[in-house]
Ligand binder design. Structure first.
Ligand code: SAM
Length: 256
């Protein structure tokens, strides 16, 4: 997908807050841990793991060359980055003491099959710590679907629809339990974002949720029209300023 690190970084504080909550769930269980960050993005947050984990070696992987361009600045002898898909990584034999992922796995399909595969790459005594946004039923997402289902977009998408992969929190707890997880913690947290106006909500969505809707349109004029139509829908729903944007995220961790 065509990620844009500049647009993504516009809401740096709001986007990094959940990472620090996730970090608080990570146990610094032993020295010299092998760690992987799945969907590390620009690597800025991955680099924060180095302060938290004593002497550990951390690998960040991400499918986006654009996001990884920035990651070069954060490389050290303990931190490296590779352009690689999560699915591709799981086909390798490499195993880790800690697998962490912040706001990335929602882009992968079939979590009921994916999570056991991720867990199978954790060393004995190791930990999984994942955060995924779970606000796909919020109006900001519903409006993307609404615009996509109207013409001319409906025809232009050739029956493509955005797949929402995120499960209920109890389903994740069950997956962790069934895959022999201990010390299971799964919860949902609402981040109470206050945005300036509908335009700011649009800017937020354009850095993440809107990307596949734009990428799946081939005509440049149609892409621009989609953006305008979506922005207008947001303005109709959120005429006020500021706008309260309650953003739900799922956190999960377990030891194996
Ligand atoms: C919302 S960003 C989060 C980045 C970073 N973890 C952070 O918290 O700043 C999502 C990232 O997941 C990456 N991503 C999405 N699907 C992926 C996949 N299948 N394999 C690897 N990376 C993926 C994207 O390229 C993007 O950099």
């Amino acid at each position: 997908m065509a990620w844009n690190p500049e647009i993504y970084a516009q809401f740096k504080d709001e986007r990094s807050a959940p990472f620090f909550d996730l970090l608080n769930l990570v146990d610094d269980v032993k020295d010299n841990m092998s760690v992987i960050d799945l969907g590390c993005g620009t690597g800025e947050l991955t680099s924060k793991l180095l302060d938290h984990l004593r002497d550990s070696k951390v690998l960040g992987i991400d499918s986006s060359a654009e996001m990884l361009k920035k990651a070069k600045h954060f490389e050290t002898n303990r931190l490296s980055f590779i352009q690689r898909n999560i699915e591709e990584q799981l086909n390798l034999n490499d195993t880790f003491d800690l697998i962490i992922s912040n706001a990335a796995i929602q882009w992968c399909s079939n979590h009921k099959e994916l999570f056991p595969r991720i867990i199978s790459k954790i060393n004995k005594g190791g930990q999984l710590a994942v955060q995924i946004p779970s606000n796909h039923e919020f109006i900001v997402h519903q409006l993307l679907r609404k615009v996509a289902e109207t013409e001319p977009y409906k025809t232009a998408y050739h029956s493509w629809t955005r797949e929402y992969t995120v499960l209920k929190i109890e389903d994740y707890a069950k997956i962790l339990y069934e895959n022999k997880g201990n010390d299971i913690v799964v919860f949902e947290k609402v981040f109470p974002h206050v945005m300036e106006d509908a335009e700011a909500i649009y800017n937020w969505a354009s850095g993440t949720a809107m990307i596949p809707y734009i990428e799946n349109l081939s005509d440049e004029n149609l892409k621009e029209k989609f953006k305008e139509d979506y922005k207008q829908e947001l303005k109709n729903i959120f005429p006020e300023s500021p706008v309260f944007y309650p953003f739900k995220r799922t956190f999960m961790t377990a030891k194996f």
